[in-house]
Design a protein around this ligand. Structure first.
Ligand SMILES: *[C@@H]1O[C@H](CO)[C@@H](O)[C@H](O)[C@H]1NC(C)=O
Ligand SMILES: *[C@@H]1O[C@H](CO)[C@@H](O)[C@H](O)[C@H]1NC(C)=O
Length: 201
């Protein structure tokens, strides 16, 4: 190859590159861009899938707990999880204990199901069993309420209760020998108590 030929070829190549470059660059860029867009789409799609998966798992987990599973030492009673203590504490210590068990003092929606559960567990104790539950007198509202905010149904009080015996009965227990069985009791009394599991939301 002579010098002239070589120079001609360079010139041609330069010319060709100059002409071809814009289209080449554009198509390469386009390819790159679409590749980037595709992988971004893929990533964001993956992220969406992960979010959905996580959400589904959480949803499943919470319905798993709400729908029927009661972790030890709780027992399922209808659709709620209860634990009956074997020992006695005053009301506020009982509440702290329940809170330390991922729960709170019981706020049963089905009082008679809980009563049945307690009697099944204990038989007919002498003296008849009284257990603290999660209800008390709220001084500000001047009302007896469950800890979940519901007002206590007055039809569930034992005959003659609440009587605020001795002027210091501001906590609530369930008195197994009574029907109905709700009774006001001094918060500093020592009683067995019922905790209720609070599933994660
Ligand atoms: C999570 O799942 C629930 C129930 O399936 C649904 O209502 C909610 O929209 C979902 N949230 C997200 C962020 O996907
Ligand atoms: C409950 O018991 C604890 C620990 O013995 C005590 O500190 C607290 O004052 C008691 N509460 C009531 C209302 O008696």
């Amino acid at each position: 190859m002579g010098i002239t030929n070589t120079v001609t070829m360079y010139v041609f190549l330069l010319f060709a590159t100059a002409v071809a470059k814009p289209t080449l660059k554009t198509s390469t860029q386009q390819e790159l861009e679409s590749a980037v867009i595709l992988s971004q789409l893929a990533l964001s799609h993956q992220a969406e899938v992960f979010v959905e998966l996580l959400n589904a798992t959480q949803h499943h987990l919470s319905s798993f707990y709400q729908g029927g599973y009661c972790p030890y030492p709780y027992t399922k009673v209808l659709d709620e999880c209860f634990y009956l203590s074997a020992y006695e504490l005053n009301w506020s210590e009982a509440r702290l204990t329940c809170q330390g068990m991922t729960g709170d003092l019981a706020t049963p929606r089905h009082l008679y199901a809980l009563k049945a559960f307690i009697i099944e567990k204990t038989g007919k104790e002498e003296p008849p069993l009284e257990v603290f539950v999660g209800a008390k007198y709220f001084h500000e509202e001047g009302e007896w309420r469950w800890l979940d905010g519901r007002t206590m149904d007055s039809s569930n009080w034992s005959p003659g209760e609440p009587n605020n015996n001795g002027g210091k009965e501001h906590c609530v227990d369930m008195w197994m020998k009574k029907h109905p069985m709700m009774n006001d009791r001094s918060c500093s009394s020592q009683r067995r108590f019922v905790c209720q599991y609070q599933p994660p939301h």
